[in-house]
Design a protein around this ligand. Structure first.
Ligand SMILES: Cc1ncc(COP(=O)(O)O)c(C/N=C/c2cc(O)cc(-c3ccccn3)n2)c1O
Length: 527
């Protein structure tokens, strides 16, 4: 039901106007499995095949009956939903199931993971940013404690006449009268420089085209400048590395290297030495990059990223918020390319399409228990979302993981269709990519198209949205572009995707590709 023209509008005014301008301004009235419904002018229910499925958060479809029935049963039992700061065994029960799955799916296959629950994907990533900083600061304290101990050792050696201060660039020799004073000048300069370095925040690593959320810290891990740059002053900086050039990663982080100054006494001389300083907080990685045309990481990139984190000593954070929960044919997409994380994040489908939930999982050997009380959130770890998550995991793991095999097989059929469309429209389709039910089709660059409409929409990054509006209007299928890359369409349906759905989608895509091939742009014009 759209608001009457006279009614005041306090939400989504700009967004709703924009949606209408590209032909996506539909209000849905019902949702089931892979289908959305809206009512047309005569009140008739019109079905729409949904390939967006909550941006990949509906692995079992809209309002899955088994999940809905479970939700009703737990609410009828009047389970405690919000009982913060009490024993909530459901949290450990859920974490236990997740650990069993991670032992199966992580390359190392060992270790347990501590769980911290949250309310959204971005919050789970923010939690990882905070925990990684706890780890980094613990490393810094060990270093600065070493320096303090070495300073005292030098004072004692010089005071006892067992050492003199070597000529060093950090000593203002002019004003000093003896070694003791030279030493104090040296200690002061070392302290000043180290304090400056310690006061600086971490630098985070991520991949180009990364998407890790839009909260204050996570938006700096999301490369799209349109979303990131307005808030760049609010949080730590990120170095974005190319996943397709893993060999450049080690060199790229060399530029970031920082040293803490230390003081040593050896052979009767006090000297200054440089110690590696942990400036890099963490490396955030999506195994399949949603905003980069659903491109999976290569095994080579996975190996290099792991090697970089081992060399630097920072945690590798595998962000499975989009790719996890069975969407790619395995519980973790990172299991396909052998990417071993130190932390993992999950969200989207863990909510079963009706609850908000997310979790950050920390390898036990790295987990800092004080974090359990350092971070909290009113609605996190609630009884209802945990009950839904347990049901979702039960459904994913049932019949020896049948849902994963269905996702893989349905994804293969979908990819076969997309590849056939690409083959028949070589000048129109640039790439199809993805794994399982996380795939995308990217159009060729249309910024110099002969059609005014196609050229203008491509130039403004809106081509994918106008195509989505056309497909919705003419074919009653809902697709959306992949993030800011406006010349693409994403497909992230539920496991309920049928062969008929795929055939309908093929027909719609071939229609659009013919329009672009023939530069018949006016047919795409929103009506
Ligand atoms: C890997 C990863 N990490 C954290 C998040 C953040 O999760 P929340 O949205 O639950 O906070 C997401 C959720 N993804 C959202 C997303 C991913 C994407 O590729 C594009 C858009 C998007 C959003 C608005 C307009 C256009 N595109 N949104 C994700 O995919």
């Amino acid at each position: 039901m759209s608001s009457a023209a006279s009614e005041p509008i306090f939400a989504d005014r700009l967004l709703n106007d924009w949606l209408a301008s590209v032909g996506l301004g539909i209000e849905y009235s019902r949702a089931e499995a892979n289908t959305l419904y809206f009512r047309d002018g005569s009140g008739r229910e019109v079905p729409v095949l949904d390939h967006v499925c909550g941006f990949g958060s509906l692995i079992f479809g809209h309002n899955n009956p088994d999940i809905i029935e479970h939700a009703k049963s737990v609410l009828d039992e009047q389970i405690p939903v919000y009982v913060q700061l009490s024993r909530q065994s459901h949290a450990n029960a859920l974490a236990t199931v997740l650990n069993a799955i991670l032992r199966r799916e992580t390359p190392s296959g060992d270790g347990d993971y501590a769980a911290i629950f949250a309310n959204s994907g971005a919050e789970a990533v923010e939690i990882c940013v905070k925990h990684a900083e706890l780890e980094r600061r613990a490393r810094i304290v060990r270093l600065t404690d070493d320096v303090l101990r070495h300073v005292e050792e030098a004072r004692e050696a010089v005071g006892a006449g067992r050492a003199t201060v070597a000529e060093t660039p950090y000593v203002q020799v002019g004003a000093a009268r003896d070694d003791r004073e030279k030493l104090e000048h040296l200690i002061a300069e070392i302290g000043r420089r180290n304090a400056e370095l310690v006061a600086k925040g971490p630098v985070h690593l991520a991949l180009e085209n990364a998407f890790h959320g839009k909260l204050v810290a996570t938006v700096q891990l999301t490369q799209n400048p349109h979303w990131r740059m307005p808030f760049i002053a609010l949080s730590s900086s990120t170095r974005f590395l190319r996943a397709d050039r893993p060999e450049e990663m080690k060199g790229a982080i060399e530029d970031l290297r920082e040293s803490l100054l230390d003081i040593l006494v050896a052979d009767g001389a006090v000297t200054v030495v440089e110690r590696d300083f942990p400036v890099i907080g963490a490396f955030f990685v999506e195994p399949v990059q949603g905003a980069n045309g659903m491109r999976p990481l290569t095994e080579a990139a996975a190996r290099e990223i792991r090697a970089v984190c081992d060399a630097v000593g920072c945690p590798l954070i595998v962000d499975e918020i989009h790719s996890g929960m069975g969407r790619t044919g395995a519980f973790l997409a990172s299991s396909h390319m052998g990417l071993q994380g130190d932390y993992y994040t999950l969200a989207k489908s863990i909510g079963g399409g009706i609850a908000k939930n997310s979790v950050a999982l920390f390898y036990q050997d790295r987990f800092r228990p004080e974090f359990e009380v350092l971070h909290s959130s009113t609605f996190a770890k609630d009884g209802f979302s945990a009950a839904i998550a347990m049901k979702v995991l039960e459904m994913l793991e049932a019949d020896d993981g049948r849902a994963y095999r269905v996702a893989a097989e349905r994804g293969e059929r979908l990819m076969e269709m997309l590849s056939s469309v690409k083959a028949d429209f070589p000048g129109v389709v640039d790439a199809v990519d993805g794994i399982g039910l996380m795939v995308a089709l990217e159009f060729t660059d249309q910024t110099r198209a002969t059609s005014d409409l196609i050229r203008e929409k491509a130039g403004s990054g809106m081509l994918g949205y106008v195509v989505a509006g056309y497909i919705l209007r003419e074919h009653r299928i809902r697709v959306l572009p992949v993030g800011p890359a406006g010349n693409s369409v994403r497909f992230e349906p539920s496991v309920h995707l049928t062969d008929e759905d795929i055939a309908r989608t093929e027909s719609a895509l071939r229609d659009v590709c013919a329009i672009i091939r023939d530069q018949d742009g006016d047919r795409l014009a929103p009506r």
